[in-house]
Design a protein around this ligand. Structure first.
Ligand code: GAF
Length: 400
């Protein structure tokens, strides 16, 4: 659970990364940057259908410290939780004839992907250390926060135009090409553009975002990590995306954003029953998300919570991306007096739930969830909406 204040937590990560940098490279880094993970309050599996999402940036961040170096070889060390070894990767800067390709270790592919898609060239070589407090595979966007941290770091070495949307899109492209996940834009967008004290209603078609205030001291946003590993690199996520795109084509729409429930009924005979359920989720979830943003603006937390639960049920029954552990956590949270709503968050198949509750219900909610009939052991984060990626320190004059 969140114990220290968020700024101290980031400071500890930076200090640790600097120490490891000194141990590996025998000098101090020049710059430290960070990019947050996210929790999505509502609007799941709608981003790649050009619908609405309502995420907020977290106090959990990926930190990157480093400096430019001469030559062509980049060296990166990670001390973030990662599933694979080695913890150090050395690779050549890409050239037109030799683009950077994915390989081993897997964590380095996120770095390489962003270097490959950085919008200005030629980049100088660099040395860097990565640290992170975003739990790996927790559905809180550990990978997007890594990509955006790398991009933010590269901006310190060779500034780009500063276009924030283009930055998010370049990081999304890195995920597509180097991590093999055909994700939507939500995670990279919020990691770049998150705003303290606010959730963002993102229209994933126009890429316009509306900041929705979310800083009521009477309200707590509780994240419960099921500690069931979530992996989007398997076939489930890509197959959901493909089903949606094929359904849109069958319905004569450029994306499911244009489809209504009436369109769905009209196309029922041409869709198999699984695809029908997927499409229904997407159409209803997009509508629910717009309604939820209105409810949040008005402080109508009961209404917001009801929409969260509807979203969870739809992800469980229609989109089929929940799992028994997430269902148990949501049911347990909803049994507590003072909890407005609860749902799985992120891609699904494990990871976290997010619950909205009265702040005076926090302790009893956590205690109740801990007692739920649940084989794993959940962990908890009490969180508030934070800013997007930022430069934390420039330790000396930056070389340019
Ligand atoms: C993952 C993806 F990366 C996002 O783009 C989004 O589709 C989400 O799953 C589901 O809403 O986090």
């Amino acid at each position: 659970m969140m114990g220290r204040n968020p700024a101290d937590e980031v400071g500890i990560l930076v200090a640790e990364a600097r120490r490891v940098y000194r141990d590996n490279f025998g000098e101090d880094p020049l710059v430290a940057v960070c990019a947050p993970g996210r929790v999505n309050l509502i609007g799941e599996h709608t981003d790649y259908n050009e619908g609405f999402v309502l995420p907020m940036a977290l106090h959990l961040v990926t930190v990157m410290v480093g400096s430019r170096t001469s030559g062509n070889i980049c060296s990166v060390v990670t001390i973030a939780e990662s599933a694979d070894e080695p913890k150090r990767a050395d690779f050549n800067l890409p050239t037109e004839n030799n683009p950077l390709k994915g390989g081993q270790p897997v964590w380095a592919n996120y770095v390489k992907g962003v270097v490959q898609h950085y919008r200005v060239k030629p980049l100088p070589a660099f040395k860097a250390v990565i640290a992170s407090s975003v739990p790996l595979g927790g559905g809180l966007s550990s990978s997007a926060s890594l990509e955006v941290a790398v991009y933010t770091f590269l901006q310190q070495l060779l500034p780009d135009s500063g276009d924030q949307i283009a930055k998010a899109l370049a990081c999304q492209k890195a995920e597509h090409t180097h991590a093999g996940v055909p994700c939507g834009i939500m995670d990279q967008f919020i990691s770049v553009l998150g705003k303290e004290g606010h959730a963002l209603l993102i229209d994933c078609r126009s890429l316009e975002a509306t900041a929705v205030p979310l800083a009521d001291p009477g309200l707590v946003i509780l994240i419960t990590n099921s500690n069931v590993r979530h992996e989007l690199t398997g076939s489930e996520y890509p197959s959901r995306r493909k089903q949606c795109e094929e359904a849109a084509a069958i319905m004569g729409k450029s994306s499911l954003r244009d489809a209504t429930l009436q369109d769905l009924e009209d196309a029922k005979d041409r869709l198999d029953s699984v695809t029908y359920r997927r499409v229904r989720h997407v159409i209803e979830e997009t509508e629910r998300t717009a309604k939820a943003a209105e409810a949040l603006k008005e402080g109508a937390y009961q209404e917001f919570g009801k929409l969260m639960v509807e979203s969870h049920n739809s992800l469980r029954d229609l989109y089929e991306v929940s799992c028994p552990e997430l269902d148990i956590l949501v049911t347990a949270a909803m049994e507590v007096d003072g909890v407005f709503g609860s749902r799985m968050t992120g891609g699904g198949f494990g990871g976290c739930t997010v619950s909205l509750l009265q702040s005076d219900a926090t302790e009893r909610t956590i205690n109740h969830i801990k007692q739920a009939r649940y084989s794993g052991s959940p962990t908890f984060y009490i969180t508030t909406p934070s800013d997007g990626a930022r430069v934390l320190s420039v330790f000396e004059e930056n070389q340019s």
